[in-house]
Design a protein around this ligand. Sequence first.
Ligand code: BGC
Length: 253
Amino acid sequence: MDTVPFGIDFGGSGIKGAPVDLDAGEFIGDRVRIETPQPSTPEAVAGVFAELLGRFPDSNGSVGVTVPAVVRNGVASSAANIDRAWIGTDADALFTEATGRDVHVVNDADAAGLAEVRYGAAKGRRGLVIVTTLGTGIGSAIVYDGVLVPNSELGHLEIDGQDAEKAAANSVREKQDLSWSKWAKRLTTYYRTLEKLFSPDLFVLGGGVSKHADQFVPLIDVETEIVPAQLKNRAGIVGAALWATESTDEAPR
Ligand code: BGC
């Protein structure tokens, strides 16, 4: 019997999930959203994952979960914008135990990067692609010839003596009520730094704000081709399901 993988996007305000058709990069049916418990400790969110999965009895495959943190072998080792209890937690083991499913956790931007490279704005692109997500923080995924180099954390580059995401994340634009052009100036500084360090072939710009891409992407003044992400709110869930499926022991490496 074919297995149907499941993707979960764990965010600060909502936990969203859906079964995923990995041939199409689409949800199978509707996505469900449950409020993120506060505080969002791994134990508290494990309960929500079990509830979420219970609503999809036909999904029987591996489960991928995005987390806004560095994740190595299922263990989170940073917590810039989430509860500190995540640090050192073996999230794969905890969630597998809580849900009875084969769960694999992945950095949120890495999941989005995988999805964009497989199905979206960077589909079929060779060379070095850097996918950035502009949200509460800045997430990054480095992909070379379709292969992800995980946990790049380029939102925390120090630029002009400051953590880059503290100057240029979308949450900063909102908090400081920056105009699109003022924000684009900050983004220009950010992407020029990435250009200098990595000489990428393509930047893909994701995060919820990418739905307003025409307001600010043309104002970012860099040499490298820069395009908005295409998967929109599907990127995390689809990328997580892909990661989980390709992380299971049976998957070819
Ligand atoms: C975290 C990253 C995450 C990014 C986007 C950063 O603050 O360090 O792990 O990918 O925010 O959520």
